[in-house]
Design a protein around this ligand. Structure first.
Ligand code: HEC
Ligand code: HEC
Length: 331
């Protein structure tokens, strides 16, 4: 797919210059982020999110940030951007549903180092979340192999599995999620779909665009092992398992305040794919939570559990096994 796209660019260049096919696309003309009610542009450079694509340099007024508890995405490096209309702020009056102003645009670019024989970060996709007067929307841009431009996938795009490889090495899959997958994670609870900017996961860089102070995480009295597990679960699980209204497994909460009560010596739900005790103190292998996250992804796994998280992983997080084992064995 990426190769076909590069070829398309080459052919288009022979015919007529196209915005998306510059060697080093830089935005000219109006930027979409300044008027999000306009139709989404076909090329990422036209959004204005990046001032210079090849170096991932943010456009004017666009802020780069990093959530303290990130989501693991198959070992990719992720570059996150926030654009707010000039002078606008994020209203924090409701601690569980921060209000992002109309015109907010968030983007996340996924890249690997040194694939396909090239040095440095090679981007695969940029995901967008934006707020119009009529509500929130999603988009996905797929980068060309040169890393100079990315093209928007059509509305209601399906999941697509790419084949990547390190120079001279075996191929490995990378899944571009479909639009429906975005919603399974981003709309699994009430409130805005923004997951990485909240009072439980607040990037340091963004404190100055909030209307009020953020509430800090209750960390007192926790062991280092429990704190590490709590942080991992905050980044990877609580958007679905949050104890509020939302999706079909919402009543099971992995939020810090509920973590121990909802897991330690607690049986899995009757509707779950597997029977067991979520966390058996001292016994990682015998704990359903460890099995669902770690063992389901081992080659030849024959148990009942569905892999967790159920979406967004082609390659296992080696840290997950270490962190969860250390916590369960410390109990
Ligand atoms: C497996 C669950 C999952 C899927 C699937 C998923 N996301 Fe996310 N996304 C997250 C989490 C968790 C964060 C916040 C943590 C982070 O950025 O590492 C996030 C962050 C983002 C951000 C930065 C703003 C924010 O909410 O923090 C954007 C933009 C985004 N996702 C867009 C998308 C789009 C578009 C899709 C579909 C193509 C998608 N995501 C699919 C879980 C998911
Ligand atoms: C996209 C939403 C989503 C995300 C993200 C997610 N889960 Fe789940 N989880 C579900 C659903 C739906 C079920 C019920 C289906 C089943 O049991 O197989 C479930 C079931 C489970 C179960 C077994 C059922 C039970 O009652 O205990 C465990 C354990 C679990 N999840 C742990 C996790 C952990 C740990 C993470 C983060 C590493 C995670 N999940 C991330 C949606 C999600």
């Amino acid at each position: 797919m990426a190769r076909a796209f590069a070829l398309l660019c080459t052919l288009a260049l022979l015919a007529a210059p196209l915005a998306g096919c510059d060697d080093d696309a830089e935005p000219a003309g109006p930027r979409w982020i300044d008027d999000v009610e306009a139709p989404l542009p076909d090329w990422l450079s036209e959004t204005g999110l990046y001032g210079r694509m090849a170096t991932f340099t943010p456009g004017d007024g666009v802020r780069a940030y990093q959530p303290p508890h990130p989501l693991w995405s198959s070992g990719t490096q992720k570059d996150r951007l926030l654009f707010l209309p000039a002078g606008a702020t994020i209203a924090t009056d409701d601690p569980w549903a921060w209000d992002f102003p109309v015109g907010t645009v968030l983007a996340k670019t996924f890249a690997y180092s040194d694939i396909e024989g090239r040095q440095g970060a090679v981007a695969m996709e940029t995901r967008l979340l934006y707020r119009r007067a009529g509500g929130w929307g999603y988009a996905q841009y797929h980068w060309n192999v040169e890393g100079t431009e990315a093209r928007r996938r059509d509305a209601d795009w399906p999941e697509e599995v790419l084949e990547l490889h390190y120079a001279g090495d075996l191929a490995f899959p990378y899944t571009l999620p479909g639009e429906i997958d975005c919603k399974s994670c981003h709309e699994a609870r009430e409130g805005p779909p923004v997951l990485g900017i909240s009072n439980r996961n607040l990037p340091e860089e963004l404190g100055n665009v909030l209307t009020g102070p953020a509430q800090a995480l209750p960390a007192e009295g926790r062991t280092p092992e429990e704190t590490a597990a709590m942080q991992y679960l905050l980044g990877n699980c609580v958007h679905c398992h949050h104890g509020g209204e939302g999706n079909d497994n919402a009543t099971y909460s992995l939020l810090p305040a509920d973590l121990v009560a909802h897991t330690v010596n607690q049986p899995t739900e009757s509707s779950a794919s597997g029977d067991g005790i979520r966390v058996v103190p001292g016994d990682a292998e015998g704990s359903a939570l460890f099995e669902a996250v770690v063992r389901t992804r081992e080659p030849g796994y024959r148990g009942q559990f569905k892999p967790m998280p159920p979406l967004g992983i082609d390659q296992v997080d080696p840290e997950a096994a270490r962190i969860l084992r250390a916590w369960i064995e410390s109990l």
